[in-house]
Design a binder for this molecule. Structure first.
Ligand code: ATP
Length: 476
């Protein structure tokens, strides 16, 4: 597993997807930058999510609220009091861990997936977490004889609480937001009045969130600065169950359309809920280290709006059919970086090429509509005017599609490079292009090549990589 993650990290860096932040100064734990291909991938995911929320659903609109908010927001939301994780330190390694993750990782590594004993330990852990029984969690660590993964000793401190919000030291007390949702709640009336939407309706937002994670590791999985794609759907209180189930189904369908395989997803129903939630389920994804949450769907009921009503002294009520009520909220919350990780880790493959067993290629089998580059326009050789013809074609097509032109290597190497960044199509200009206005199209996954007229190129790119076909399937 760690070999694969090392390979993924190195591939992501070599091909301009992900770079460690401020690397020239030794980096910073669990913060990453997106390179030229990473940002294209991220933007394509955002477009897929944004359109499937705000374009496909006429009763969902988007906003972009600020990262810094009045600190009363975090009193009202409960984050100042309750956004805590518990931690344990090892006195020898001086490393800090989340005890629940320490135990889960230990059980994952030391027991078969279906072992009844493992299940018993997990049940006990869940019970202790639910009752916030820190002493019993510590006893479980001792009972399992879990040692520090780094220094291998069992010299543990007691378990204690730790607030995960980043505080900014300024004249006034400010926090970096730990979730984007509060910007939506605070703007509830602004959006409702200015859009004239009626319940049920949703507000979507994509933005940065910050959490001072105790163990920030596993590449993009647990970051301290990350992006969330959240949607809060405001409903009649007595329709909570209907909409909760609707959104679980709908979000799962959205993930299935990424075509990474249905077996890669599981629904995990929560018993231990976050402080604001009354129902909660995770969509889990099969990451290189096993199934873990990629998206959370919660019923937040009227928790947030009620608290904002109390703290701000402003009304958060809807007047409908002569009734006044505070709407309930179903939230869908997807981590963009976790999704990038899921996509990269399940798309990166080393493949033997059948025709010549000695040869292999590294390929990123990203969903074509999310690939950073949709197609490459390549001259067969660097001579006899072919680069000029290819460049002209590229300039004509680049208005409609995200393309690259490349003539820096031999054609074989150019194909390999496009495979490695996940480009679904390559169009090669050769001598027949001069004579007959045709090019070869090469498909990334099959490596099949066909001869086509240059007039067909644009349609082929749209057919193979367009988002439209996927959005249509959401409606089916
Ligand atoms: P976890 O239990 O893994 O810490 P969470 O339950 O705290 O996650 P939520 O508060 O429900 O997560 O946040 C919604 C989504 O935001 C998560 O499903 C995840 O995809 C993403 N997310 C949360 N914390 C992080 C993080 N530290 N780094 C990257 N993504 C994150």
């Amino acid at each position: 597993m760690s070999n694969f993650i090392d390979f993924l990290m190195s591939h992501s860096k070599s091909y301009g997807f992900i770079f460690p932040s401020s690397e020239i100064y030794g980096g910073i734990n669990a913060i990453y930058d997106y390179g030229q291909n990473g940002i294209e991938l991220k933007n394509n995911i955002k477009e897929y999510w944004w359109k499937s929320m705000t374009q496909i659903h006429e009763n969902i609109v988007g906003i972009d609220s600020s990262v810094l908010m009045n600190s009363n927001v975090w009193n009202a939301s409960g984050h100042i009091d309750a956004f805590n994780e518990f931690l344990i330190d090892n006195r020898d390694s001086k490393k800090r861990y989340r005890p629940d993750i320490l135990i889960r990782d230990y059980l994952e590594q030391n027991f078969d997936s279906n072992s009844p004993e493992k299940k018993k330990f997990l049940l006990r852990l869940d019970r202790y977490i639910e009752h916030k029984n820190l002493l019993k969690i510590k006893n479980l660590i001792d009972e399992l004889k879990i040692h520090d993964p780094i220094c291998k000793t069992k010299n543990w401190t007691n378990i204690r609480y730790f607030n995960m919000m980043f505080q900014i030291h300024n004249k006034e007390k400010l926090f970096l937001r730990p979730e984007t949702a509060q910007g939506i709640f605070c703007n509830f009336h602004n959006v409702q009045k200015s859009s004239r939407m009626k319940i049920p309706f949703g507000i979507a937002q994509i933005g940065k969130s910050f959490r001072n994670e105790i163990i920030a590791r596993k590449f993009l999985f647990r970051l301290r600065e990350f992006e969330q794609m959240e949607m809060q759907f405001f409903i009649f209180p007595d329709e909570e169950k209907i909409w909760y189930e609707y959104w679980i189904k709908s979000r799962l369908k959205w993930h299935f359309l990424l075509n990474l395989g249905k077996k890669k997803y599981k629904i995990f129903n929560h018993e231990n809920l976050a402080h604001y939630a009354s129902l909660g389920a995770d969509i889990q994804f099969d990451f290189p280290f096993g199934f873990q949450e990629i998206e959370g769907i919660h019923s937040r009921r009227d928790f947030d709006l009620k608290r904002h009503e109390y703290f701000s002294k402003k009304k958060f009520r809807i007047f409908d059919s002569k009734k006044s009520y505070i709407p309930y909220v179903i939230e869908t919350s997807l981590g963009l970086d976790r999704l990038v990780f899921a996509l990269l880790s399940s798309s990166l493959k080393k493949e033997q090429i059948k025709k010549n067993e000695k040869n292999s290629r590294i390929i990123l089998k990203l969903p074509p509509y999310l690939s950073p580059i949709k197609a490459a326009i390549l001259p067969l050789t660097n001579k006899n005017g072919l680069p000029n013809i290819a460049k002209k074609l590229f300039n004509e097509l680049k208005i409609d599609h995200k393309l690259v032109y490349d003539d820096k290597n031999s054609i074989g190497k150019l194909y390999r490079r496009q495979d490695a960044i996940g480009t679904p199509l390559c169009f090669t200009v050769d001598y027949e292009t001069i004579a007959k206005n045709t090019v070869t199209v090469r498909f990334r996954d099959t490596m099949n090549q066909n001869r086509i007229h240059i007039k067909e190129i644009s349609n082929i790119i749209e057919k193979e990589t367009g988002l439209k076909n996927i959005l249509k399937k959401i409606l089916m």
